[in-house]
Write a protein that binds this ligand. Sequence first.
Ligand code: SF4
Length: 368
Amino acid sequence: MSVLQQLLSECIRSPEQLREPLHLSDGEVAHLKTIADQYPICIPPYYLRLIESDWQHDPIRRLCIPDPLESSTDGHKDTSGEGDNTVVVGMQHKYRQTALVLTTNQCSMYCRHCFRKRMVGSNADEIAHHIGEMVAYVASHPEIDNVLLSGGDALINENERLRQYLEAFSGIAHLDYIRIGTRVPVVLPQRILRDHALLELLERYNRRKQIIIVTHFNHPHELTQEARCAVQALLGIGCPVRNQTVLLKGINDDPRVLSELMNGLTSAGVLPYYLFQCRPAMGVKHQFQVPLLKGQRIVDEAKKDMNGQAKQFRYVMSHMTGKIEILGRPDGEEMLFKYHQAKYERDASRFFSMKLAEDQCWLPEKIP
Ligand code: SF4
C-alpha cells in the first residue's frame, strides 16, 4: 500500500464515524447521511482534530461537516462555464495562456464550500483520461504558457500518475511553468511529510520545468506546525507555494481573521495570491456567500493590519466572462471592477462599474 493509499484509508467517510468525536445524536447522524448521499464526506483524522470544540460554528467544523443548508437546490452546478471551456475531455482552455486539467475527482477532504460539488467524490465524467490528447492540444497552441493540474485535488493522484503528467507537460518547450492545485498541505500535510518519493518526483521535474504549488488555506487555525512543515518541504525543493482563499461567511468574513490568515501565510513562506468571492454554486451559496459590498469593506479593513507581502493578493470573482477584480468604490457609489483575466479579447484589462445592492453576492451574466 502506498503512503497515499494508507492515508486515504484512514479518512472518515461515513457520518456514523463522526458520532463519537462530535457527540452527535441519532437525528444528527441521520441528517448528515441524507446530505452525504448527495455530497460525499471525506475528512482526514488530522483535520478533524483541528475542530476546537462542540461549538457548531467552529470554522474548521463548518469547512468539513455538512450543514442542513447544503441541501438547498438554489444555485448553479457550473458557475463559470467550465463545460463550455472544455476543449478535450478533462481539459479547459478559458484564458489564452492557461490550460486547466481536471486530473481527478478525488480529494483527501470534501470541502463543504467546493464549487465543483457537482463532481468531487461522485461524478467522474469530466475527468481527464488521455494525457496524449491533452499534450497534443497544448503543443498545438503556442499561446498557452502554463498548465494548471487541478481536480479534485491534483496531489491525490498516485505518484506514478503525477509523474506521467509532469513528464508529458514538462517536455513542451513553450510552457513556462506547471501549477499543481492542491489542498493537501492544508488538510493532509502527512502526504508531503511522509512520502519522500513525492518530494523527489517534484524536485526532479522542477529542474526541468518550474512547478508552482497553489494551495488553499481559509482560516488561521489551518496554519498548524504540520502544515507549515509541509510548506517548508515544498519550498525546500524549489517549488514556490501560493495560496488561494475563498471569502466565506462564518469562516473568514472578519477583518481580524482575514489579516491573521494572510500575515500567517507570509510567515509560513506562502504568498497570498487570490481571495475569491464565493461562487453561487448549488449547495454552497446560502451557506457561505458574503455580499460584494460587505466583502470589499472586510478586505479594506483587513489590509490595514497586513504587511506588504500579505496584501499582495487580489480580491476576485471567477465569472463566466473572466476573472474580475473587485477594486472598491472610488466615488462611494458604484463598485469599480477590472478584468484580471478575460475570456474574450475585447474584455482584457477592461474597467467597468456597477451599482450593487447591499445583499448582492454575484454579477449578472451580461456585464455592461
Ligand atoms: S480540495 Fe479543492 S476540489 Fe477538493 S473538495 Fe476541497 S475545494 Fe473542492
